[in-house]
Ligand binder design. Structure first.
Ligand code: TYD
Length: 148
């Protein structure tokens, strides 16, 4: 399978609107309104032991939004050429990760809850879990781009 020709510069953070109320705030994420894909799955990571890393994979097709609904952590995104580190530390700050990028999550605070809003159902066939395979696919992607 081919890796999508996306780069880390295509990943933006958005501020999801917050409804402020004296009894507490709420933030809602809406299909087709503030999300550019139809949500197929949500999952969350929590109780990550100090010093542990999560992620460590890329997807062929899946795109996602990641939020720190509690605490904070860093997301490293990598397109095979460039890397960026984005710190998520607010329940209404969402990072869009486009398909075809390697990602790792690290520096979890003890209270971190990482919410993931995904465009696809769980499919192990959509994962690239080996970094050197990812780099090889990324190298081929660049050759294809230069040939066009
Ligand atoms: P994995 O994607 O490897 O970890 P990370 O959260 O660090 O990216 O997921 C860990 C395990 O959970 C793995 O065995 C696959 C399983 N899993 C599901 O069954 N369904 C899911 O929606 C997800 C995200 C993972």
């Amino acid at each position: 399978m081919k890796l999508k020709d996306n780069t880390v510069n295509m990943c933006f953070t958005i501020e999801v609107s917050k409804v402020h109320n004296i009894v507490g705030d709420n933030t809602s994420v809406k299909n087709d309104l503030n999300i550019p894909f139809e949500v197929k799955r949500i999952y969350y990571l929590y109780d990550v032991p100090g010093g542990e890393k999560r992620g460590g994979h890329a997807h062929y097709e899946l795109e996602q939004y990641i939020l720190a609904v509690s605490g904070s952590f860093d997301v490293i995104i990598d397109d095979g050429t460039d890397r960026r580190i984005v710190t998520l530390n607010s329940p209404n700050l969402a990072l869009h990760i486009v398909p075809g990028l390697w990602r790792e999550l690290e520096n979890f605070s003890h209270d971190a809850i990482c919410l993931v809003i995904a465009s696809h159902k769980y499919d192990e066939g959509d994962y690239i879990r080996d970094y050197y395979s990812f780099l090889e696919l990324s190298r081929r992607k660049k050759i294809d781009r230069e040939d066009e």
